[in-house]
Design a protein around this ligand. Structure first.
Ligand code: SF4
Ligand code: SF4
Length: 333
């Protein structure tokens, strides 16, 4: 189902959204730096943005989150956050990344904390503003087929809104006075604007057989060359919308009776990540960690990548290591 919202009604639309939960949306923090922030002032909303530095995964897997309250006598109690949230302005690549996180955290053994947040969060997509670092057409994530409640395609002075779920339909039902049906000229315009947007995503990563290529290129010089300039800072993991490794930490009070179990984001680019009891480290060198990260990103499962082509790891790498250039170099040499 498709509906049309003229931009002049956007503020009204957002005030209706706020009935469904606290609205978070992209806000400009500095030049070229955007962040999903609670929207308290409509004027701060930036629906035309390239990418946020920290992806929306932070709403489902918090950078540091308490999981259990511990008590020596009473045992443990889960700390579940079921607050209602509306995430407005999520790009297709990030929606596809959330779909990958869903496969990890909801299939087979659902993670209570992730699931509760996911169930209580409404996701509203928006068409993106690609730049020279986007390569989502190569990773098949320039379009979101599922994983959203509504998707707003910007078309000149209006948005063509795609309904993706029952929750989305409920929102639309509340907005009858400000929405209209789409017409044939709207659809024609929508197709033109979408085709132009896709044309702007010009960076290409050849992912055909990439897992084999990487397997066969363990000794390629590109790994050592890039490991030599890598700071081992882990930024590439933190900004990646599909990176999801975490560490679990217990904090005990001085009475040794009460405590807290928390988890926090971890990074496979940090030396301690593969350090185990006894001092053994499965990936003791930076070159092994770098090779591992690229392998991991190109292989979620046999039929799926673990990368959605958002470009964040390239944009925010302090050593200017270009994700696509490294992979293309490994393939070509
Ligand atoms: S962001 Fe760049 S410098 Fe930092 S760990 Fe990743 S590749 Fe290395
Ligand atoms: S590996 Fe880089 S380009 Fe791919 S999803 Fe992660 S941050 Fe984005």
């Amino acid at each position: 189902m498709y509906k049309k919202l003229f931009k002049k009604h956007l503020e009204n639309f957002i005030s209706i959204l706020s009935k469904f939960g606290v609205v978070y949306a992209p806000v400009k923090k500095a030049s070229k730096l955007y962040d999903f922030t609670e929207l308290t002032d409509f004027k701060e909303l930036q629906l035309k943005y390239t990418r946020t530095m920290i992806p929306p995964k932070k709403f489902f897997l918090k950078p540091k989150e308490p999981l259990y309250l511990l008590n020596k006598d009473k045992g443990f109690k889960e700390i579940v956050d079921d607050s209602k949230t509306v995430l407005l302005g999520v790009h297709s690549c990030d929606i596809n990344a959330i779909n990958l996180l869903d496969r990890v955290y909801l299939n087979q053994f659902p993670d209570l904390f992730y699931k509760t947040r996911r169930d209580n969060t409404i996701i509203i997509g928006v068409s993106c503003e690609p730049d020279e670092n986007c390569f989502c057409t190569s990773t098949g994530s320039s379009h979101a087929l599922r994983g959203f409640d509504l998707f707003m395609h910007e078309v000149d002075d209006r948005y063509i809104i795609r309904v993706g779920s029952l929750k989305g339909f409920q929102i639309i039902s509340e907005c009858k006075n400000i929405l209209a049906d789409t017409s044939l000229p709207d659809i024609k315009e929508f197709k033109r604007v979408e085709a132009e947007r896709i044309k702007r995503i010009s960076l290409n990563l050849n992912v055909n057989g990439i897992q084999d290529i990487l397997d066969l290129s363990h000794d390629h010089s590109a790994w050592q060359e890039n490991a030599d300039i890598c700071f081992g800072c882990g930024t590439c993991n933190l900004v990646c919308p599909t990176c999801r490794c975490y560490d679990v930490v217990d904090y005990l009070k001085l009475d040794l009776k009460n405590g807290l179990r928390a988890r926090r984001w971890d990074s496979c680019m940090l030396r301690q990540h593969a350090l185990v009891a006894g001092g053994l480290n499965f990936r003791p060198t930076r070159v092994e960690r770098l090779y591992n990260r690229f392998n991991c990103k190109m292989s979620f499962s046999e039929d799926s990548l673990n990368c959605v082509g958002c470009g964040r790891c390239t944009v925010y790498c302090p050593a200017d290591i270009n994700f696509v250039e490294v992979l293309n170099q490994v393939r070509e040499d």
